[in-house]
Design a protein around this ligand. Structure first.
Ligand SMILES: Cc1cc2nc3c(=O)[nH]c(=O)nc-3n(C[C@H](O)[C@H](O)[C@H](O)COP(=O)(O)O)c2cc1C
Length: 345
């Protein structure tokens, strides 16, 4: 039965054009292009009328590396930001409520959509969203002025988390050392290794594929990527990575931190991560999340005190830098079908 018949509208309502239907499928497909820890894609969506609900999918939470669901909330926050970028570019205004129901902690956000107008900047953001993927090839050594990092950080911080560029040489060295230590701790932890292994080198619709992992390179950066061969990630990377001299590892490091350390703060951190990532891409830069140092409690605590003066809770470390423009295209990491994560109520 049509809506007109059931609601029996009067003549004025009959002549009014029906409001356009929210393109939920397209929105969710774009939102699910968001980054997530080991490409776990820990989100679920429900659509109802003009409302979209974002839920954490606890079956995709890694209990050993992410006991509190921090990485789940950060990943979902990135998807929430992606959804807002997509909605805006498709001509929809969005009102977001974060963690709206204390009785339902898995409901991370509601998005209420209404027809709006399309602004050119929104189209550019959507282009960056479509182009984004995690590039683990070594950065070049082209300089990255501190002012540029500051500007990127400032803009992204409007999404709710603080973004702290680490430019002081002493702190850079301290952070590099903590990252190396976190990598060592995780590689030496059999529970961590066992938990991560199924997500790395996978060929299905989830996890980090070998085509996203750089091939073995003698000029490896000072701190190896977590997905270099050797536990916890054994598979050989298949992504070609040139053999030139590596850039200085310590350049371009930033810490995303928050005043609180709870799900709303983690969600905001994910939104900030996504905004920062799209902002760097629009400037021709590349961003790589490096989360081991915030996964290991001991190194996270040291990072909080030694690099952030105890003022912020470190949620995620990233490195921003230049990729060589002549490099080959980056294969896309897979995503599961939208039908599996979107339910219509
Ligand atoms: C919270 C979080 C932590 C991440 N940590 C790392 C990391 O330590 N190293 C890394 O190479 N990629 C990291 N990533 C990137 C994911 O592996 C990547 O987003 C995922 O594999 C999907 O691939 P895509 O970003 O190319 O779409 C992280 C992403 C998120 C959201």
């Amino acid at each position: 039965m049509s809506e007109t018949t059931t609601t029996a509208p009067g003549p004025a309502a009959e002549s009014r054009p029906a409001p356009p239907a929210v393109p939920f499928r397209e929105l969710v497909e774009l939102a699910c292009r968001a980054p997530s820890l080991h490409n776990t894609q820990p989100w679920r969506w429900r659509a109802d009328g003009t409302r979209l609900r974002l839920y954490a999918d606890r079956t995709r939470q890694l209990p050993h590396s992410d006991p509190d669901g921090r990485a789940v909330a950060i990943s979902c926050g990135a998807a929430l930001h992606h959804a807002q970028v997509a909605a805006e570019a498709l001509g929809w205004e969005v009102v977001v409520r974060r963690c709206p129901d204390p009785a339902d902690p898995d409901l991370l956000a509601t998005l209420d959509l209404a027809p709006g107008r399309v602004v050119p900047a929104a189209q550019e953001r959507l282009e960056a969203l479509r182009a984004r993927s995690t590039d683990r090839r070594r950065f070049t050594s082209w300089p990255l002025p501190a002012e540029r990092l500051d500007r990127l950080a400032e803009r992204a911080a409007a999404w709710g988390a603080k973004v702290v560029p680490v430019v002081d040489p002493g702190r850079q060295v301290a952070l590099e050392e903590l990252m190396r230590r976190a990598d060592e701790i995780e590689r030496g932890d059999p529970d961590h290794v066992a938990e991560v292994a199924p997500w790395v080198g996978s060929r299905g619709a989830q996890g980090v594929p070998v085509t996203s992992i750089p091939e073995v390179n003698p000029h490896r950066p000072a701190v190896p990527s977590r997905y270099q061969p050797g536990e916890p990630a054994d598979p050989r990377g298949e992504l070609p990575d040139p053999q030139g001299e590596p850039g200085e590892f310590v350049e371009g490091l930033m810490v995303l931190g928050t005043l609180e350390d709870d799900p709303p703060a983690w969600l905001r951190c994910g939104e900030t991560l996504s905004a920062l990532w799209l902002g760097t891409l629009r400037q021709g830069l590349s961003l790589l999340p490096l989360s081991q140092v915030t996964e290991v409690p001991a190194t996270r605590e040291r990072l909080r005190h030694d690099v952030l003066d105890g003022l912020l809770w470190p949620q995620l470390t990233v490195r921003v830098g230049w990729q060589e423009i002549t490099r080959g295209p980056l294969p896309r990491a897979p995503r599961g079908p939208v039908e599996e994560v979107l339910r219509f109520d």
